[in-house]
Design a protein around this ligand. Structure first.
Ligand code: FES
Ligand code: FES
Length: 161
């Protein structure tokens, strides 16, 4: 067991971890940041995506020890300073980009990564970028619309269900 320190959502945090503790386990169990989800054991679903030094990473595919000293952003860090939903989160709410919500943290984090790299993506570019993120509920259509809206594109409103 060693103590691992990283900056998470702008705050320096530390917790003990084994050498083989995954980053997602460290975040959820070590730091209590349970917004990052685990949806598979094959690194396929993307529910666990966080940002490590500004890059989207599946946190189930990285050891916590390898993130020692890194800057991490999780879904808990995506809200505005006053606690209100951030732009991407608000767009997911407005455009019904979630149903059960299990995939949503990873979707928001991958969307933020996409918009940082490509602020005005086409629909196809959004769909391609979401390839590593699985949603079992929505059929992706409203997720794509939410990301288009978060990018400032004109998107028809989605009727309330
Ligand atoms: Fe990481 Fe599924 S839990 S990809
Ligand atoms: Fe249920 Fe995506 S909203 S898995």
């Amino acid at each position: 067991m060693t103590t691992i320190t990283m900056t998470v959502n702008g705050k320096q945090m530390r917790a003990d971890a084994e050498g083989n503790t995954l980053l997602v386990e460290y975040l959820r169990e070590g730091l209590g940041l349970t917004g990052t989800h685990v949806g598979c054991d094959t690194s396929q679903c993307g529910a666990c995506v966080v940002h490590v030094n500004g890059e989207a990473v599946k946190s189930c595919s990285m050891f916590a020890a390898d993130a020692e000293g890194a800057e991490i952003t999780t879904i808990e860090g995506m809200a505005n300073a006053d606690g209100s939903l951030g732009t991407i989160q608000q767009a997911f709410q407005d455009y019904h980009g979630l149903q059960c919500g299990f995939c949503t943290p990873g979707m928001v984090m991958i969307a933020a990564d996409l918009l940082k790299n490509n602020p005005d993506p086409s629909e196809q570019e959004i769909r391609d970028y979401l390839e590593g993120n699985i949603c079992r509920c929505t059929g992706y259509h409203n997720i794509v619309k939410a990301i288009q809206a978060a990018a400032g594109q004109s998107v028809p409103a989605v009727a309330a269900e």
